[in-house]
Design a protein around this ligand. Sequence first.
Ligand code: 5GP
Ligand code: ZN
Length: 138
Amino acid sequence: MQDCIFCKIVKKELPAFIFYEDEFVIGFLDINPLTEGHTLVVPKAHYESIFDIDEEALQKIISVSQKISKRIKEALRVEGVNLINASGVVAGQSVPHFHFHIIPRKAGDEINLASWWRSKVKEVDKEKLKELAEKLKT
Ligand code: 5GP
Ligand code: ZN
């Protein structure tokens, strides 16, 4: 897609530190890393978000994300990773070409994702959860 930054990176029209590439997927370093090795896993074809991505493309991205996570763990000696996708501006998506962030994690890295999460959770009664589950049944 014209004017899409990630499509341009895929086509090598914009520079990026690509360290994984196959027929369908690329993996490259985020230009504004949250931690060392912060990586973006991107389908070569343009999909905007989780809502329109082709199922097969998504499966490939997940599989490559696992490969890259293992490589990061081994090469950068990290203890964990967070995989994050933002779909929709309201969810924080700034580049409208589907991607997973792989964020390498080490003890003491001060990302504090889990404590931030715990600080935001809401109390909810079981009846409300039951209703919601009913509503969401497909
Ligand atoms: P989002 O906010 O959509 O979840 O994530 C987009 C990510 O793309 C951000 O973390 C941002 O730093 C990264 N990014 C934006 N433009 C470029 C670029 O030109 N090159 C690289 N390598 N990363 C980019
Ligand atoms: Zn694109």
